[in-house]
Ligand binder design. Structure first.
Ligand code: ATP
Ligand SMILES: Cc1cn([C@H]2C[C@H](O)[C@@H](COP(=O)(O)O)O2)c(=O)[nH]c1=O
Length: 220
């Protein structure tokens, strides 16, 4: 594996998919081969399919954060060949969510005393047991939850739900805890190097081009 792995992270509706696509476009335009891989892969893996059922509220029983974390990890484990192929073919692989998403979201569903243990458990499961590569850079896209809620409502219909908001997106308190977890993970450098990019300037949304330009500038 030779490619650089960039993981774009953040809460729901932070603008990750938009930024990931623009980062890849800017890199490709500059002659650096780049591609985007988005997780979960709802239509491509068994884990992704079950996660669509979960986020769409169609699983019959509540599941523990460790069980749910294992499904997200399984989605990536099933994608190991796709990750390896993308890494071999491209100079930069841009993940729209990666391992840190699992840590930030599942740790937001347990008490503060359990959160660190759970983050460590997830990192070991994905990296040591499932053998997934660590990112070279995790990029935290920082968007306030109220702004992100507005952006979620602009999204096109998703494959796994007919609702405007899925189970996690509907829970504003969860989104606030996820945001706090990301800030802490970035400050502590969990999983490696982090950088934070704000999607707002002077209270207004920056353009995708400007946001991506700042991210690309971190890769040189
Ligand atoms: N900087 C921006 N300026 C204007 N609109 C944006 C910007 N970033 C994203 N959007 C719009 O907001 C919506 C959500 O963006 P996007 O799908 O990129 O978010 P996301 O973080 O990937 O969401 P999720 O995690 O819920 O899948 C889309 O309709 C997108 O076009
Ligand atoms: C990859 C991944 C995702 N999640 C959470 C974060 C979101 O609320 C949903 C689905 O992601 P999408 O970007 O809205 O399609 O799942 C998670 O908890 N753990 C993960 O590894």
């Amino acid at each position: 594996m030779t490619g650089l792995l960039l993981a774009i992270e953040g809460g729901d509706g932070a603008g990750k998919a938009t930024a990931a696509a623009e980062v890849a476009a800017q890199l490709n335009a500059a002659g650096r081969s780049a591609t985007v891989l988005s997780f979960p892969r709802y239509a491509e893996t068994l884990g992704g399919h079950v996660l669509g059922e979960y986020l769409g509220g169609r699983l019959p029983h509540a599941a523990s954060p460790r069980a749910i974390a294992t499904l997200y990890a399984l989605d990536r484990f099933e994608s190991a060949a796709v990750i390896a192929e993308a890494t071999a073919r491209h100079e930069v692989v841009v993940f729209d969510r990666y391992i840190a998403s699992n840590m930030a979201y599942q740790a937001a569903q347990v008490g503060p005393g359990e959160a660190r243990d759970l983050m460590g458990w997830i990192a070991r499961l994905e990296v040591e047991q499932f053998g997934l590569p660590l990112p070279d850079l995790s990029l935290y896209l920082d968007t306030p939850v109220e702004v992100a809620r507005g952006l979620i409502l602009r999204k096109r219909k998703r494959s796994y739900t007919d609702e405007a908001l899925d189970t996690y997106e509907a829970d504003m308190a969860l989104q606030a805890r996820v945001r706090a977890n990301y800030a802490a993970m970035a400050a502590e450098g969990l999983l490696g190097r982090w950088a934070t990019v704000s999607t707002l300037a002077d209270g207004a949304l920056r353009s995708p081009r400007e946001i991506a330009g700042e991210i690309v500038g971190l890769l040189v």
